[in-house]
Design a protein around this ligand. Structure first.
Ligand code: ATP
Ligand code: MG
Length: 476
């Protein structure tokens, strides 16, 4: 018989769980508040597992977790949360939780976890139980936003590795949040009060990168007028983030390898050995495996760097994160606008969910930001997103064009007529006529690479008229 303590103020959940695990192998005890948990654990030496809700009436489940770990460090604790918070997931794992689970549970996973925590071999049973999710994610600066299973796994991994000194290699496409993850690891580590410095290895040529990383002595090379302290020295006792590591030259790679192995290096042009204690987090959007095959990345360095590796899947493979991310970006930028923007309209959200996001979260963020500036309403509409507007091509039937342009132009004018009437009454004729003239001349000039003779002949206007229109409309 295994003794499980469930701490949750949700009575329905307690009853459901007790029923679910009523197999004769488990005995449940319940507490509704975190205050008495410490005492309970002290008094009940036979407790095998604690399941803790994060949101408890007077004490947070994460604080209770810390208490339990002080009293009995090897007692497994499963943290249960009503909603996904990556910050909570990170903290739970960092503080030694056995697992972090979110409601609604997948029953099989829950049973497997409980069995594992209690030292039973896994034997998931098919039982049905409905547990409703509640609440919303709390906001925090630089928080990793998302509630897809992929993001939760990443958050848990961050929590597990944060307090170690292990090198971490983060890989994923551009804009997936690699730097965000690196910062979260640092922020949750024991090094958090020391520096987090970042070096983009792709941005600098080899010699400059070396002096950026290791510093140089005065006179080390032409132009080295002063001694320079490199990022490795500046990041002592902190974390150094090496971005785009796949672009580092072989020579710099071998120098980096030496720092990782011996924890010491010399400034460029110097011979004094400098000792440092720096944690390395590296990131790349290239496949280092391919780089190694091609011979442009050292195998030994690869293994040094990827003691732990974190893969961030592209946004199109975790579209479930899009609504939460969109909400977060609206919250982030609403302060800088003069008009209120509250949400993404249903229609626009459908389009955001469908789009492929080659630039990943960064592209989503930029698009939300632009749409917020463009919009006239409190909800973002599809037409507020240039992304979707650009795809709206006017289809022009070129056969019709030869004989009559009317239908084509009507296609352009009809949809904008109500807006024109509202915005420029009394000027529409002049406005459209000059816009047409300008577009026609610009297009023909472009076709003839700016050749004015050919343009005027082709259009059938005099060169004087052409010159006049070019200067009137500022056509380049
Ligand atoms: N899960 C997320 N939650 C909130 N913001 C995110 C998330 N992922 C990415 N972002 C935001 O998207 C932008 C890009 O993220 P970041 O710079 O970390 O990506 P990256 O993978 O390092 O990109 P690159 O390869 O182009 O350097 C940042 O503004 C970041 O805050
Ligand atoms: Mg980056």
């Amino acid at each position: 018989m295994k003794n499980i303590l469930l701490v949750d103020d949700d009575k329905d959940l307690s009853v459901s769980l007790a029923n679910l695990f009523d197999t004769g192998k488990y005995k449940f005890d319940f507490l509704e508040d975190g205050l008495e948990v410490g005492e309970y654990v002290r008094d009940h030496e036979d407790v095998d597992l604690v399941m803790l809700d994060v949101n408890l009436p007077s004490l947070s489940g994460l604080d209770v977790l810390k208490q339990i770990k002080q009293i009995k460090s090897n007692l497994p604790v499963i943290i249960i949360s009503g909603f996904v918070s990556t910050e909570n997931a990170i903290e739970a794992m960092r503080e030694g939780a056995f697992e972090y689970l979110t409601k609604p549970f997948e029953i099989e996973k829950l049973i497997e976890m409980v069995n594992k925590a209690c030292g039973y071999s896994s034997e998931a049973k098919k039982m049905s139980l409905k547990i409703k999710p509640e609440g919303k994610t709390e906001s925090g600066i630089d928080e990793i936003v998302g509630n897809s299973p992929e993001i939760v796994e990443i958050a848990k991994l961050i929590g597990q590795v944060a307090t170690t000194d292990a090198s971490v290699l983060i890989f994923g496409e551009s804009g997936t949040g690699k730097e965000l993850v690196a910062r979260a690891i640092h922020r949750n580590s024991n090094r958090r009060h020391n520096a987090f410095l970042s070096v983009n290895c792709a941005a600098l040529p080899e010699t400059l990168l070396e002096s950026e990383l290791f510093g140089h002595e005065k006179g080390a090379f032409t132009g080295a007028y002063f001694k320079r302290i490199g990022k490795f020295e500046q990041a002592d006792k902190g974390t150094l983030f090496l971005d785009e590591i796949g672009d580092m030259s072989m020579l710099t790679q071998s120098k980096l390898l030496r720092v990782l192995q011996e924890k010491q290096f010399e400034r460029v042009g110097g011979n004094e050995s400098i000792n440092v204690n720096v944690r390395i987090i590296a990131a790349t959007n290239k496949s280092l495996v391919n780089c190694m095959k091609e011979g442009s990345f050292r195998v030994d360095l690869f293994y040094r760097l990827k003691v732990v590796s974190v893969y961030i899947p592209p946004l199109r493979e975790r579209r479930g994160d899009i609504p939460l991310l969109a909400d977060r970006f609206i919250e982030k930028y609403s302060g800088e606008l003069s008009h209120p923007v509250k949400k993404v309209s249903k229609k626009a959200m459908q389009m955001l969910m469908k789009y492929n996001w080659p630039g990943n979260v960064r592209e989503l963020e930029n698009n939300i930001h632009t749409a917020m500036v463009m919009t006239k309403s409190e909800s973002l509409m599809p037409e507020d997103f240039p992304l979707f507007a650009e795809n709206k091509k006017i289809d022009i039937d070129t056969d019709v064009l030869k004989e009559d342009y009317t239908e084509t132009f009507k296609k352009i004018i009809d949809p904008v007529m109500p807006k024109l009437i509202a915005s420029s009454p009394g000027q529409i004729y002049q406005f459209l006529e000059s816009a047409f003239e300008r577009a026609l001349i610009a297009s023909c000039l472009k076709h003839f690479n700016g050749n004015q003779v050919k343009t005027s002949e082709t259009l059938g206007i005099s060169r004087n008229t052409l010159r006049d229109r070019i200067s009137r409309y500022n056509i380049y």
